[in-house]
Design a protein around this ligand. Structure first.
Ligand SMILES: Nc1nc2c(ncn2[C@@H]2O[C@H](COP(=O)(O)OP(=O)(O)O)[C@@H](O)[C@H]2O)c(=O)[nH]1
Ligand SMILES: [Mg+2]
Length: 461
């Protein structure tokens, strides 16, 4: 097996945790992985979770539903100091400091692969009211890029099927501005193109640039393979140097790309997904549903397709979730983030819409659907639109720092049809976060973070 970034990192996560686990025999661990596509709100989510847990450990009622699920009181919460891990560490102090600035700032953009551990001390009351004695639990958090999750649907596809599906997406008119150069390169290739390294590298470079442009300039999300967009801190490796080929290619290039594709898929399965899913049986998949609505019909359809493919791969016959359920204890929460962009009465619609996007079944106890704001920046307000009163939100705009009332539009209960987009009106400005107490004594205002966590990890506390 070639040495490559993710394999190494996952091994680090696994072995680092193993060592710690041994050091604290008898200590219970909760392993929670947080993922989501770029800008979904992963960093903000973990920052808020940590700030609110630390405050709860100092006696503040910041996460009531979680405390209730724990059947007791959090009496102390500590960050586990960094040891000798090779994994990047989640910069919780930096992110909290940004929020405590005046004016407060959102945490900066991050490399999406880092870990952090907290110890939670829980005082439990017995049924008769006496104390049962404290329990100590280690909460291990992993922040990993949602782009990698998009490799899941690749596991059951051969090179030809993957190529056909991928090229069909790249060729849609909305994407041509980003993909034209790569598609031009493909068109000029003879079907018996030789397996030359320079040719493969050139094609790969153009493909990678097309994926990046689709993501960064056009807001598309269904882009594979995930490690091309997010190779992790150790950079690109030859196993990534493939790209989709049209039907009918028979020469050396086709053979080379097919081999690399196969090696990549196998490696992801064996070295990433298998060990990872076995270890992190609790996962939060964050989705910026409102942002996708805001980005328009093509980007929304693309997010929808990406989520459906991920959910199906998790759930299918051979799906990771079904295999984990065999081991017991797997749970995945799909979470619509930034719910403070819509007034309270629309949050149910947000949950319903996300439920449709991931095809959640009421009977599926292992999959939960939630809408939260990890950091609540607004309050409900009323405004008038064409003479009639409508629900709005009020907050401080990030740009300019002035208080504004925003009518965000109506969240549809299900994936909208063409008619919706004709009249679509969806405003989603960036709000300024509330300022965090610099001493960190109080938590961070949120919406539904505790309820969601109670569902996802409450049974383990
Ligand atoms: N209003 C609001 N905005 C949020 C919230 N969470 C994230 N955001 C916005 O989304 C941006 C991206 O969040 P971040 O956590 O950095 O995304 P990541 O790329 O998934 O780590 C932030 O800078 C905020 O502007 C939230 O709970 N409420
Ligand atoms: Mg981040």
């Amino acid at each position: 097996m070639p040495a490559d970034p993710i394999t190494g990192l996952v091994r680090d996560v696994l072995s680092g945790a193993e060592q710690l686990g041994r050091a604290a025999i008898g200590q219970e661990r909760i392993r929670l992985a947080v993922t989501g596509l770029t800008r979904a709100g992963k960093t903000v989510f973990i920052t808020s979770l940590v700030a609110n847990l630390l405050a709860a450990g100092r006696g503040q009622r910041t996460l009531p539903a979680l405390q209730e699920a724990a059947g007791g009181r959090l009496s102390a919460v500590h960050l586990v100091p960094a040891g000798t891990e090779a994994m990047p560490r989640f910069d919780v102090h930096g992110h909290l400091a940004a929020l405590a600035q005046d004016p407060p700032a959102w945490p900066g953009r991050t490399e999406d692969l880092s870990t952090l551990e907290l110890t939670l001390r829980i005082e439990r009351a017995s049924m008769l009211g006496g104390l049962l004695g404290p329990r100590s639990v280690t909460l291990e958090l992993l922040d990993y890029p949602g782009e990698w999750l998009l490799d899941l649907p690749m596991l059951d596809q051969g090179f030809e099927a993957w190529s056909a599906a991928t090229l069909a997406r790249l060729r849609t008119p909305e994407r041509l501005a980003a993909t034209g150069e790569f598609l031009g390169f493909l068109d000029a290739l003879p079907p018996d193109a030789p397996g030359e390294e320079a040719l493969a590298r050139r094609g790969y470079g153009l493909y990678r640039d097309a994926l990046r442009a689709c993501r960064d300039r056009l807001g598309f999300r269904f882009l594979q393979p995930g490690r091309v967009l997010n190779p992790g801190p150790r950079g690109e490796a030859p196993i990534l140097w493939f790209f989709p080929l049209p039907d009918g290619f028979r020469g050396g290039l086709a053979t080379l790309l097919r081999r690399r594709h196969g090696a990549y898929v196998e490696e992801q399965r064996e070295r990433f997904f298998d060990p990872f899913f076995r270890r992190f049986q609790r996962q939060a998949v964050l989705v910026d549903v409102l942002g996708a609505l805001h980005a328009g019909p093509a980007a929304f359809a693309d997010t929808r397709e990406a989520l459906a493919a991920i959910a199906a791969a998790l759930r299918g016959q051979e799906g990771f979730l079904s295999r984990l359920l065999g081991l017991g204890a797997a749970r995945i929460a799909f979470v619509a983030t930034k719910a403070d962009h819509v007034p309270t009465r629309q949050r149910e619609a947000l949950v319903a819409l996300l439920g449709h996007l991931v095809d959640a079944q009421a009977s599926d106890a292992a999959t939960g659907v939630h809408a939260i704001a990890a950091i609540r920046c607004t309050e409900d307000a009323m405004t008038t639109l064409e003479g009639r009163p409508v629900g709005a939100v009020r907050g401080v705009l990030l740009e300019g720092g002035r208080v504004a009332k925003v009518f965000p539009g109506e969240v549809p209960l299900r994936p909208p049809d063409a008619g919706f987009w004709e009249h679509a009106y969806f405003e989603m400005p960036a709000f300024q976060p509330p300022r965090l107490d610099p001493a960190g004594r109080v938590g961070v205002p949120h919406l539904g973070l505790d309820t969601m966590l109670a569902w996802l990890i409450g049974d383990l506390l």
